[in-house]
Design a protein around this ligand. Structure first.
Ligand code: RRO
Length: 305
C-alpha cells in the first residue's frame, strides 16, 4: 500500500498532516506524538512582530466541535527562525511555516524572511484567520486582496505556497481561482468558520474575543464541499481538513479532491489519534478498492445532480 504523496513538489511519507495552530510549533506536542511519523507539520501562523492574542477565555466546546479565539498569539517571525525551525531540523518530517499579515507588504516581508532562513519545506499563507481586527479573513473573502498577497509572496520566495482559505464566502472557488492565477501552488482548506457562543445566564459571550472560529466535526460537510468545488475549479493540490477524526473521514476528504489531509481539533481530545489514523489508513484504502492514497484524490462520482 502506497501512503506516500507529493503535494506541490513536497514529498510526504503519508498524507496525514498536523493542522496549523493545533500543534503549536511542534515542540509542545513532541512528548505526546512521535512527530517523525506524521506526513508534515504545519506551524502556528506567525506575524512580523510577536502578538499576545485575545483576552481569555479563548476556547469553548460546542456540539460536535469547538470555538477558538486565540487572536493570532505567536512568537513572531524572528523567534520562529532563530529558535523553532532549528529545533525541528533532524525530525525528518516536512515543515510548513504559516504566515499572517495585516498588509500585503507584511506578507511579502514574512515570506522573504522565512525563505532567507531556510529549514522550511513550504509556506502556508493564512488569509482566513477569523480572530483579528485587521487582515485575516477580510483578505480571504476578497479575490483582489488574496491575489495581491499571493503575488507578493511568490515574488519574495521560491518555496511552494499553499493559500489557506475560508469557506465563509458565497463562492470559494472564485477566491481559489484568484489565488491560482496569482501563482499559488496549492490550497489549504478550510480555516475555522466564524461563530458565537453565549452564556444565557449572564447574556455575555463565552469567549473573551466575542467571536471565535468553529472547528471539529460540525464543519466537516462545509469543508468537503469547499474542497470539491476548489478541486473542480482549479485542479490545484489541496490539503483538506475540518473535523477529521478517523480514516473514514480521511477517505471522504481524499475523494472530494484533497491530496493530503490535516488533523486539528481531534488532537485536543487525543493527541495520539493522529498516529492511529496513519496506522489504520492502509487497511481503509484497501477496503475502498484503491492501491494508494493518491489514487483516491478527486474521485467523487456524481450519480445525479
Ligand atoms: O489565532 C487564531 O485565533 C486563529 C487563527 Br490565526 C486561524 O487562522 N484560525 C483560527 O481558528 N484561529
Amino acid at each position: 500500500m502506497e501512503l506516500a504523496v507529493e503535494v506541490a513538489g513536497v514529498k510526504l511519507a503519508n498524507p496525514v498532516i498536523l493542522a496549523s495552530g493545533t500543534a503549536g510549533y511542534g515542540i509542545e506536542l513532541s512528548s505526546l506524538v512521535d512527530l517523525s511519523r506524521v506526513g508534515a507539520l504545519v506551524l502556528k501562523s506567525v506575524t512580523l512582530e510577536p502578538r499576545k492574542g485575545n483576552p481569555e477565555p479563548r476556547v469553548w466546546e460546542t456540539a460536535a466541535g469547538m470555538l477558538n479565539s486565540i487572536g493570532l498569539e505567536n512568537v513572531g517571525v524572528q523567534a520562529l527562525i532563530a529558535d523553532i525551525i532549528p529545533a525541528l531540523e533532524g525530525l525528518g518530517t516536512p515543515v510548513f511555516a504559516s504566515i499572517a499579515g495585516d498588509t500585503v507588504r507584511s506578507y511579502a516581508r514574512l515570506a522573504a524572511r522565512i525563505q532567507g532562513a531556510g529549514g522550511v519545506d513550504a509556506l502556508e499563507v493564512n488569509v482566513s484567520c477569523p480572530n483579528v481586527e485587521k487582515g485575516g479573513i477580510q483578505f480571504g473573502v476578497d479575490p483582489g486582496a488574496t491575489s495581491a498577497i499571493v503575488m507578493s509572496v511568490k515574488e519574495n520566495c521560491d518555496l511552494p505556497v499553499f493559500v489557506k482559505l475560508t469557506a465563509a464566502v458565497a463562492d470559494i472557488s472564485r477566491i481559489a481561482v484568484a489565488a491560482q492565477k496569482a501563482g499559488a501552488d496549492g490550497l489549504t482548506l478550510i480555516n475555522t468558520i466564524p461563530g458565537l457562543a453565549i452564556d444565557p445566564a449572564t447574556r455575555t459571550p463565552r469567549l473573551g474575543g466575542v467571536i471565535g472560529g468553529l472547528s471539529g466535526p460540525a464543519i466537516k460537510p462545509v469543508a468537503l464541499k469547499a474542497i470539491w468545488e476548489c478541486y473542480e475549479a482549479t485542479g490545484l493540490p489541496i490539503i483538506g481538513g475540518g473535523g477529521i477524526c478517523d480514516t473514514g473521514d480521511v477517505l471522504e476528504f481524499l475523494i472530494a479532491g484533497a491530496s493530503a489531509v490535516s488533523v486539528g481539533t481531534a488532537l485536543f481530545r487525543d493527541p495520539g489519534r493522529v498516529l492511529d489514523i496513519i496506522d489504520e489508513l492502509p487497511g481503509a484504502i484497501e477496503r475502498a478498492g484503491a492501491r494508494s492514497a493518491g489514487e483516491l484524490t478527486g474521485t467523487l462520482t456524481e450519480t445525479s445532480r
